[in-house]
Write a protein that binds this ligand. Structure first.
Ligand code: HPA
Ligand code: ZN
Length: 324
């Protein structure tokens, strides 16, 4: 594929590695592991990618993960993502993974982390992409399960930069996970959390005040609460917005109505990301192009979004400064 302009260099800060599982790879891994998928073909699987809300997506997302079993599977998944990310101008990727979605199927956490780690260790040299890993807790599982997961990950914490919180938001507020976040901070990890995607602005307040997050994932519903916007602006807390995801999961009706321009105008430190690109119709640059076209963003604004992505990253000060 050739494009007139090379994609703008950017950091990807909101990317679920399990959400990069393309139908082709899902079928290849199913064959390799002797697993039968309930879809006759890749096309039939793709036709199931029509979602009414977050939960309807999560149901398919967790079901398809059954094909991920060995270290090699996780390494292949991450390699496939990195190859795509390189083409999309990604120079740095902070990658979520969901250990409980695998340990609950009998896949040891070490298999997941060592497999992903194998691909990420080669990423700088092979793809010119620096990487970080963010371990997410499933918020629709118990607080105890999150604590057990954190303890199971202790031998691997040198590979993990931050903890995160994802899965079904409404009814599972950040307050449920105070203890595990305190433990993560004590261990020197950064903290992020999905908040204000389907959930109310109150969940964003909780993520800030009770979990001490360094970044908010999604956060688009902050726009309903001017006091919250003022706080996020004053502290320059980054928001990792995912435009194509918001449309596919019906958080926003139409990309042309996305609050991204209003968020930028308000002075929020907004970034554009791809969330689960295999399911939502686009990787990092595809999201940049989509908001440019639907919202009429000019080149300056796109450069600001790219600069914000490095500014909001967990890269060390010196490396970050070199991108700004
Ligand atoms: N929201 C919550 N949980 C998720 C998402 C999301 O967009 N993607 C994968 N897990
Ligand atoms: Zn997400």
């Amino acid at each position: 594929m050739t494009t007139a302009h090379p994609p703008v260099p950017k950091a990807e800060l909101h990317l679920h590695i399990e959400g990069t599982l393309e139908p082709e790879l899902a079928f290849a891994l199913a064959a390799r592991n002797g697993i039968a998928l309930p879809y006759a073909s890749e096309d039939e699987l793709r036709r199931a990618y029509s979602f009414s809300d977050l939960q309807s997506f999560l149901n398919l997302y967790y079901a398809l993960m059954a094909v991920l079993r060995t270290e090699e599977d996780f390494a292949d998944l991450a390699h496939a993502y990195l190859a795509r990310a390189k083409e999309q101008g990604v120079r740095h990727a902070e990658i979520f993974f969901d250990p409980q979605a695998h340990t609950s199927r009998g896949v040891p956490i070490g298999t997941v982390i060592e497999g992903l780690g194998r691909a990420l260790d080669a990423a700088q040299e092979t793809y010119g992409i620096s990487t970080r890993l963010i371990m997410c807790f499933l918020r629709d599982e118990s607080a105890e399960s999150a604590l057990e997961t954190f303890e199971a990950a202790r031998p691997y914490l040198d590979r993990i930069t931050a903890v995160g919180l994802d899965s079904a938001e409404v009814g599972n507020p950040p307050s449920k996970f105070r203890e595990v976040y305190a433990r993560a901070r004590e261990a020197g990890l950064k903290c992020v959390a999905h908040a204000g995607e389907e959930g109310p602005p109150a969940y964003v307040w909780e993520a800030l005040d009770l979990l001490g997050v360094d970044r908010v994932d999604h956060g688009v519903r902050c726009m309903e609460d001017p006091e919250l916007v003022a706080r996020l602006v004053a502290e320059q807390i980054p928001l990792t917005v995912c435009p194509l995801s918001n449309v596919r999961l019906r958080v926003i009706d139409d990309l042309a109505d996305h609050p991204l321009p209003a968020m930028l105008d308000a002075g929020l430190l907004v970034t554009v990301n791809s969330d689960d690109p295999a399911y939502f119709g686009g990787y990092a640059q595809d999201n940049f192009t989509a908001v440019r076209d639907a919202l009429g963003l000019d080149e300056d604004t796109l450069r600001t979004l790219a600069r914000n992505s490095f500014q909001a990253s967990f890269l060390d000060e010196e490396t970050r400064a070199a991108y700004l």
